[in-house]
Design a protein around this ligand. Structure first.
Ligand code: ADP
Ligand code: MG
Ligand code: MG
Ligand code: MG
Ligand code: MG
Ligand code: MG
Length: 617
């Protein structure tokens, strides 16, 4: 979830007066990196994924809960890693067996994150490493599971927030001092001091606890949901919602306790990084339709996380002089490329920025676009300040990262770290939802990497006003958006000059597979692969990934979200009341577990049958 500094975290009252100092220090640290590395060029493509998992435990009585095992497992994995780390290969080689993962803590004490031990490289063959690597990672972690536990790559635990989801004998007392949540106990927040502090400080900065209201899916017997305190683990806590018909959630854990799939790429230089940042600003996946035991009317987790860390005060959330239009967790708000095709009218969102930061960056030689990008990020206060780290010099990057890594946007523009000269300018693609299986996660990772190649090789121009990109993001959330929605898209992604865009509205199928309006991203990827020399085996395996993406886009295969929805609605215990009971959750988690493990041994065709539309009806 971002950088993990150590020390004594300050509470909000003590951190607030230091915000300006951290911002000012962060800007100087950024300037130092920029001055040193702005002309760095000819870096190769390197890339890596991040996959998040949750650990669940199944009970004999058809119960299933998340379990606070992450610290212990991380400790064991770290020891194991230290023993192996001497002999790591730089890339994908025959020595693949020794390829291991790096394991990271995440917000939930039941969550783990894994990245490849070393980034993959530009070789097309490296695209095949990722699935193997993801599978090995899973096996590595699963060695540390106890009987009846399971490591699942799912967007959200369906009953997270219900008492039974936290019925873990390892966490005996349940308290809510940090979040004041009715539903999410502090004992399930990572024990590193950063996490509880960030939870508490968001609430204190905001002036009240966070409020997430998600549209409820209305089935024939659905009763309006008004959360009564009877469902709460903490009677006496207050509820800040009034709306009926929504799934109400009130803790950071409902968002940051979700799992995602992210991809970071190293660009050739700062210009290419800025270019990719702009062109990749889109959404792609849907796998999270259930929250706090209810079917939701949305398929994605993005808006939930956005609200779960929204630290804006009341004044900052309504228009006026203090207005800040978005949560810290949001889609990007400004394009940043040095591209003549980026017309001023594409940056059409109201984006306030920190004046001091902007002035200082301009003075240091930043151009207007890049200065405004960072000055927008620097409108935020640092949420966690460690007292030991208040005073730093410009060779560090901790102040900069403090602000940067708590701006959780769809894309992140990552300057090279101050401490490691081997790393260049990078961008991170962040909107994707994690998929249950390694095959799917690899397919989406590989597809995104190939997308960056076609964007560069064919010089594609996906610019359109950012307000429409935001609109697309909201449409993508809707239930079954794949079938029900069209998305703004430029008529001519090949246009060269500064010609004003002509926009059209396309389905995901048009965008991926092509239609008379657009040739299709997957088609372009195929063309690209035909034009580079790839051996037959590699090409064949890459085609399997593309086929998965194509079949998802065409609706031949269900998204995980639709698949889970169908599973619930066809379950004998489902009462058509939108409630996903403990028993349904148990069966659903068992099914996800089964598919995950069987998929490692089955043909792609058999795999696809799990998600086929026909099988469900
Ligand atoms: P964060 O949580 O800040 O996004 P992580 O360290 O969790 O960062 O993940 C970073 C990802 O970037 C990993 O997949 C890693 O393999 C990858 N990576 C590391 N070095 C490079 C590099 N030089 N270029 C591109 N990607 C890299
Ligand atoms: Mg993470
Ligand atoms: Mg990470
Ligand atoms: Mg992270
Ligand atoms: Mg990190
Ligand atoms: Mg990341």
């Amino acid at each position: 979830m971002g950088l993990l500094s150590c020390g004594t975290p300050l509470n909000w009252e003590d951190a607030k007066p230091l915000a300006e100092k951290v911002r000012a220090g962060g800007v100087e640290q950024l300037i130092r990196v920029f001055e040193r590395l702005k002309d760095r060029t000819h870096d190769y493509l390197k890339w890596g994924d991040e996959v998040e998992y949750i650990v669940v435990r199944f009970g004999n009585d058809k119960s299933c809960h998340v379990t606070v095992r992450a610290e212990e497992m991380l400790e064991q994995l770290k020891t194991e890693m230290a023993e192996k780390s001497h002999s790591l290969p730089e890339c994908c080689t025959e020595a693949m067996e020794s390829f291991t993962a790096t394991w990271h803590p995440e917000y939930g004490r039941y969550m783990l994150e894994a990245t490849p031990a070393k980034p993959y490289r530009h070789d097309v063959k490296d695209l095949l490493c990722v699935e193997r690597d993801m599978t090995l990672r899973r096996r590595q972690a699963e060695l540390h599971l106890r009987p009846n536990e399971s490591l699942l790559a799912i967007g959200n635990f369906p009953r997270l927030g219900c008492k039974d989801a936290f019925a873990d004998p390892l966490a005996t007392t349940l308290t809510n001092e940090a979040s004041r949540s009715l539903f999410f106990p502090d004992e399930f927040i990572n024990k590193h001091p950063r996490f509880k502090t960030i939870t508490r400080n968001i609430r204190e900065r905001r002036g009240e606890k966070v409020c997430i209201e998600l549209p409820l899916f209305r089935d024939t017997n659905t009763k309006m949901v008004v959360d009564s305190e009877t469902t709460s683990a903490f009677p006496g806590s207050t509820q800040n919602n009034t709306k009926r018909d929504t799934i109400y959630m009130d803790a950071m854990g409902f968002g940051m306790g979700c799992c995602c799939l992210q991809i970071t790429f190293q660009a050739r230089d700062i210009l290419e990084a800025r270019h990719l940042y702009d062109q990749l600003a889109m959404a792609l996946t849907a796998s999270t339709p259930i929250y706090r035991g209810y079917l939701a009317d949305v398929d994605c987790r993005w808006n939930v996380i956005s609200a779960s860390v929204d630290d804006r005060t009341n004044k900052e959330r309504v228009s006026g002089s203090a207005y800040i239009p978005k949560s810290r967790y949001a889609s990007i708000s400004r394009f940043i490329a040095m591209d003549p095709r980026l017309l001023p009218q594409y940056n059409d969102l109201n984006v306030p920025y920190n004046g001091k930061t902007y002035d200082r960056l301009i003075e240091a030689g930043f151009d207007d676009l890049l200065a405004k990008h960072f000055a927008w990020l620097f409108i935020r206060d640092p949420l966690v300040i460690f007292s030991e780290l208040v005073d730093q010099d410009n060779n560090s990057s901790d102040h900069f990262e403090n602000i940067q890594s708590t701006n959780w946007q769809t894309m992140r523009f990552k300057p090279p770290p101050a401490e490691d000269d081997s790393i260049g300018w990078r961008v991170e693609f962040r909107p994707m939802e994690v998929q249950p299986t390694e095959f799917e996660n690899a397919a989406f990772s590989v597809f995104i990497v190939l997308l960056t190649r076609i964007i560069l090789v064919y010089n594609l121009n996906f610019y359109m006003p950012l307000s429409l990109v935001d609109e697309n993001m909201q449409r993508a959330h809707r239930r079954d958006s794949l079938k029900s929605q069209r998305f703004h898209f430029p008529c001519d992604p090949y246009r060269e000059g500064c010609a004003d865009e002509c926009l059209t509205e396309l389905t995901v199928n048009d965008i991926i597979n092509g239609s008379d309006k657009f040739v299709g991203l997957a088609t372009l990827v195929d063309q690209y692969l035909d034009s580079v020399s790839v051996d037959e085996t590699t090409r064949g395996r890459l085609s399997e990934y593309l086929t998965l993406i194509r079949m998802r886009a065409s609706g031949e295969l269900l998204t995980p979200a639709s698949w889970m929805r169908n599973f619930v609605q066809n379950h004998p215990g489902y009462q058509r009341d939108s409630v996903v009971t403990p028993e349904i959750t148990f069966d659903l988690m068992k099914e996800v577990d089964r598919i995950t493990h069987e998929s490692q041994f089955m043909s792609r065709v058999d795999f696809c049958s799990h998600y086929s539309v026909a099988r469900q009806t």
